[in-house]
Design a protein around this ligand. Sequence first.
Ligand code: PMP
Ligand code: GLN
Length: 382
Amino acid sequence: MKSKLDTGNSIFTIMTELSNKHNAINLSQGFPGFNPDPRLLEMVCKYIRSDNNQYAPMAGIPALQDCIADKIKKFYGRTIDACHEVTICDGATEALFSVIQAVVYPNDEVIVFDPAYDNYGPDIVLAGGITRHVPLIRTKERPDYHIDWQRLKDTINKKTKLIILNFPHNPTGAILKSEDLDTLADILCDTSIYLMSDEVYEHIVFDGKKHLSLSSHDELWSRSFVISSFGKTFHATGWKVGYCAAPIDLTEEMRQIHQWTCYSVVTPIQHGLAEFMQTHPEYIDSLSDFYEAKRDHFCKLIESSKFTYQVSAGSFYQLLDYSEITTDNDVSFAKKLTEEIGVASIPISVFYEKPPFEQKLRFCFAKENEILEQAAEKLCRL
Ligand code: PMP
Ligand code: GLN
């Protein structure tokens, strides 16, 4: 049968399998090397034991929808209607899928910023849409990866239906500045383009900076689907629970797809998450510090190596530049590093339509310090 998608395995599957095969330290696929908080585990188990094992409502259990609405109010200052504007999804992955299928019609164009998380492209293809790639840039004045506004303006046309943002950014760790939100609002003011903002690393932002959610901006919010994941925030990527927050008319559209794709999300975990968020609000407040210490530890360990870096501003990834080590391209160097040195990482060229010759690999530092130390010791040998 002819395949609808001809993508092969994702880079995360490829690198994790290679890592396992060579018994390497897996800093490739982004998942924490530790368990969720034991109190959260206990709460989930309690709900499993106390008969909360049948279907949840299609949009999520009200207690968890309320927690999301409270969180959006607390961090981004927006009051939203929990029941009609929050949908609990089967991970951020299903939220992304449902939004794209709801919004994108055949031949509509969707703009993504490269390097772009690999889930967006296939979802757009399945909707019959066309992906337009706008590379993030770095300049002398602004050395972080950021949006090239002129290029974005030049790419927008009558067929543009949706723009996908992802900050804190996977794989570069870049974050938005407040002027970025205003500039985006100005560019879009006379259009009916929708925004999908993938904010799964919203609670992992470093150096005293704050995440700028699209939900914090009046004009942007009215056209936005804001997506996040409990997996990143609660060290529980295997639970696959996320959500989409969007104004009521947009939510109604995405739920049309959500109800036929997934219908509802694992009940006892939703109850456990809601109780934990209600009783331990300080957990989220401390997450950035927790990961900032890991980022700093990893970077310090790498200082004496030939790798160079600009510290990550958010997410749990650090890019390392290996241009002082070899002229190899990133895909072959990532393979070599896994097979011969015993550390797996992610080559970032795979996230580009037209990759620049950048010799950078992405390392996940959401691991126990001991693991980071073992990995760094190997990387320093090069
Ligand atoms: N978006 C980005 C940018 C990601 O890095 C990931 C991976 N966690 C996801 C979406 C998917 O999240 P989930 O595991 O909740 O489906
Ligand atoms: N989001 C994870 C990462 O960026 C991978 C998720 C997956 O394997 N689908 O590494």
